[in-house]
Design a protein around this ligand. Structure first.
Ligand SMILES: O=P(O)(O)OC[C@H]1O[C@](O)(COP(=O)(O)O)[C@@H](O)[C@@H]1O
Length: 271
């Protein structure tokens, strides 16, 4: 990692990455809870929220929509991705080059590494090429560090997540995005293993406001430097409110109770 290489996609040294590569990774099913989010423009609009430090999207979405948002949104070019239709050993196709991402105005690249997959060696070599090309363009590097594959029984085991975070440091990522390993202590250990590479927590499937904010607040207390989140924002009825609450928790040291006051769930509870 390089000091400050991630400056364009962080705020006060922390990140709230809005992930919107689900159309590739999971398909239309992820838009069902909030059908209007199938329209990328809705999510680009959300990404203009002050809380969001970068929006992660694939090439086609970036090509079609980023030019209209280039002044207001930091672009994290998610370089590789594979559909859920793929039934083989975990792997991820490199769908665009760093050079093309730079041409489109990307501030950083994102790259999935499935450590433990039979395809780990090729993926690590592809990551090497992308990481070094990103340095040539002064772009930050975010690794989706997701150990998985035939031999891995539990992809959120604390030891596995600490290893995932360490891979981020060893291979030269500025930010390592890891699955939540179940406790603030466990993500703290992952952050310790990653040294200067920032560890951010992956959002996961949608949970209720309080449970989600408590997990995020615990992760930050434990040593995480933020969050990279998709479904827990865009599948909500009012995604802007949860961004208000996340901004309070991540950047303003608000308690979960204070942050919850910014959501209508709290208004309902207080009726
Ligand atoms: O490979 P998985 O675990 O199905 O999830 C991949 C998805 O999760 C993310 O890493 C994070 O998104 P969520 O916050 O919705 O979990 C996305 O960038 C990606 O599309």
């Amino acid at each position: 990692m390089l000091p400050d290489a991630d400056a364009a996609i962080t705020r006060d040294g922390k990140a709230l990455i809005l992930a919107y590569d689900h159309g590739i990774e999971h398909g239309p099913v992820d838009f069902e809870p909030n059908p209007e989010t199938a329209d990328p423009e809705r999510v680009f609009d959300l990404a203009t929220h002050d809380a969001v430090t970068a929006l992660a999207v694939g090439k086609g979405v970036a090509e079609a929509y980023y030019p209209s948002y280039a002044d207001d949104v930091s672009l994290l070019a998610k370089l590789n991705g594979t559909s859920n239709l793929w039934m083989g050993e975990p792997d991820s196709a490199v769908n665009w080059s760093v050079e093309y991402a730079a041409e489109l105005g990307a501030d950083a690249i994102g790259f999935t590494l499935y450590g433990g997959s039979n395809n780990e060696v090729e993926m690590a070599e592809e990551f090497r090429d992308a990481q070094e090309a990103a340095r040539d363009h002064d772009m930050g590097v975010v690794m989706w560090s997701y150990p998985r594959g035939q031999g891995l029984k539990n992809d959120t085991d604390p030891g596995t997540i600490a290893y995932a975070a360490r891979l981020g440091l060893e291979l030269g990522a500025d930010i390592a995005k890891v699955k939540y390993p179940g406790s603030p202590e466990a993500i703290g250990e992952a952050a310790r293993m990653a040294g200067p590479t920032k560890v951010v927590m992956s959002g996961g499937s949608k949970t209720d406001d309080r449970a989600f904010l408590e997990t995020v607040a615990g992760a930050i207390d434990g040593g995480a430097k933020g969050l990279a989140v998709g479904r827990n924002v865009f599948q909500r009825e009012n995604p802007k409110e949860i961004l208000d609450a996340l901004e309070a928790v991540i950047f303003e040291e608000a308690s979960v109770d204070e942050a919850l006051k910014l959501t209508s769930a709290s208004a309902v509870a207080n009726d």
